[in-house]
Design a protein around this ligand. Sequence first.
Ligand SMILES: [Ca+2]
Ligand SMILES: [Ca+2]
Ligand SMILES: [Ca+2]
Length: 316
Amino acid sequence: MNTCEPLDKHWVLFSRCAPRTALLVVLAAVVFDGTLARADSPYATQVVEYVPGTGIGSDPITGDPYHDPLAALGPPTTDTTGDNWFIPADEAVPVVPVYPPFRAFEVVTVGYGGHLIVAFDHAVEDHPKNPYGLDFIVFGNASLEVGGGQSWTNGDPSAVTVLTGNVLSEPGLVSVSQDGLEWYTYLNGPYADDFAPTLGRVYAPDNPDPGLGVWNEWWGAPADPTLPLDAELTADTFSGKTVAHIAELYSGSAGGTGFDIGIFGLDWIQYVRIENADLGGTPEIDAVVDVAARPVGGGRFGAARLDSLSAEPAAP
Ligand SMILES: [Ca+2]
Ligand SMILES: [Ca+2]
Ligand SMILES: [Ca+2]
């Protein structure tokens, strides 16, 4: 039924796929005829196509299904809410790697058989000064498993230690395109809704943001979603460390999964597609972000940058 399945073990040209309009009829897709919000937003600005697929869950507080693709536009979630279990639902809760965004207005699910295509309002470049060679970042709602019967209660992050090194992820297959027709797929990863979990705010016990509430003694300004996580950091790096220490290791980055478009020989892309390829679960998408080129750290790890995402952690 889907004529766009990958055809071999390498990146795939989807130019032989049926035209998008035909796919819409076949798959009963929802099309959003959105206009570009503004020029040069670092965030995806347009939903080109969303096929929800099956197995879409719902917000545990409101019951709303996770099927609003507009949740994938704009910046990733900085503060989510309480879960009405350990934390009241009306309390702002900074996203941390052990407490991901989970509300239906924050993330959209790509169900079984589903996919989501978003577009930027500009060309996302394979810029030589992009940190670690990574050019765009997909934010989902993966998290680090805490373990040991601990719970996140929006308290002191130095009092909660990540024990297992496990990532709770639902990997989505990612493709990129310049024109929305010819696609290049990261068949061997990295994947959407996988390492690294989002960090909403920098750990700043000396300068906490008073706007969050009198309880906040730890969290400062929003972390930078245009800065990839150091490509040498892995989930194993974080095992045995407190949430506070992990947040420090993010070094200002908001995390997410970084992608290098240079591996396809492309100088730029404008479209990103996330599909459920039955790699495990139903991925959530919070945001898709253009990395900001910057002088420090650009290309620091050269060609090893992507492999290092799954490699053993380097010595600090
Ligand atoms: Ca690159
Ligand atoms: Ca997820
Ligand atoms: Ca979002």
